[in-house]
Design a protein around this ligand. Structure first.
Ligand SMILES: Cc1cc2nc3c(=O)[nH]c(=O)nc-3n(C[C@H](O)[C@H](O)[C@H](O)COP(=O)(O)O)c2cc1C
Length: 218
């Protein structure tokens, strides 16, 4: 696919079809993502794919906990500060306040999508060692983006979601992740359900004007 098209196609997918993801394609995408740069070539990332019966069982427990209102306990939340600066906070508030998407009856759709893990048929969990500098979180982010663009290039849709790692103990149990790794991020990979209401582009979250984020000094 044309690179610019790949880039522009990257949108959150909140409902996937039941179509399975080919394991060889998945391995290829991950192999490609390994070309991502990392500090001193440290390659701190590890990737755990969960699918089939394991994912069905994980989804069941995830949904039950979400509906019970059990508080998320993400690994990165304990690793990094949750106090946000006003700049990203304002962006999040703008998104929430101005987009009816998250309100009224669509809020229920949004919550259901998150609670049911977007009906994903494959979730990739990305980890770094618990003992990691902030650089490794940066490296993991680069890896994740390369992975997602590679998936989109293969005609797949992606959904990076912290809600997928709300309950790291569940993820560890089903993905076989050892205690000395932080469950950093979950990325659902699969096929876009075009008919799903939650995927209908009522609005696209806009980005800030360039001059709000970019400054040239010369
Ligand atoms: C680190 C990260 C965590 C996210 N967590 C969630 C999530 O838990 N649930 C969700 O519905 N969307 C989640 N998203 C998707 C964002 O809301 C979405 O990327 C953003 O609103 C911009 O929309 P777009 O990707 O469709 O352009 C997450 C995205 C990222 C990068």
């Amino acid at each position: 696919m044309d690179f610019k098209r790949v880039f522009k196609s990257e949108r959150a997918t909140r409902k996937f079809t039941n179509r399975k993801v080919n394991e060889e394609i998945l391995a290829d995408i991950i192999r490609q993502a390994q070309y991502s740069p990392s500090l001193l070539n440290s390659q701190p990332w590890r990737i755990y794919a969960v699918m089939g019966d394991k994912l069905a069982a994980l989804r069941k427990e995830h949904e039950a906990r979400s509906l019970e209102g059990i508080k998320p306990d993400e690994d990165f939340a304990t690793m990094l500060s949750l106090e946000w600066d006003t700049f990203p906070s304002q962006n999040m508030a703008t998104m929430g306040a101005s987009q009816s998407y998250f309100y009224h009856k669509r809020l229920a759709l949004f919550n259901k999508a998150n609670n049911t893990m977007f009906n994903a048929q494959c979730v990739l969990y990305l980890t770094i060692p618990k003992e990691s500098p902030a650089w490794s979180v940066f490296d993991l982010g680069i890896f994740a983006q390369t992975l997602m663009l590679g998936a989109i290039n293969e005609g797949l849709a992606t959904m990076p979601a912290h809600s997928l790692v709300s309950y790291p103990d569940l993820v560890r149990k089903y993905a076989g992740i050892p205690e000395n790794e932080s469950v950093g991020m979950g990325i659902a990979v699969g096929y876009l359900d075009r008919a799903a209401e939650v995927n209908k582009p009522i609005y696209y979250p806009e980005r800030l004007p360039l001059d709000r984020i970019y400054k040239v000094s010369k």
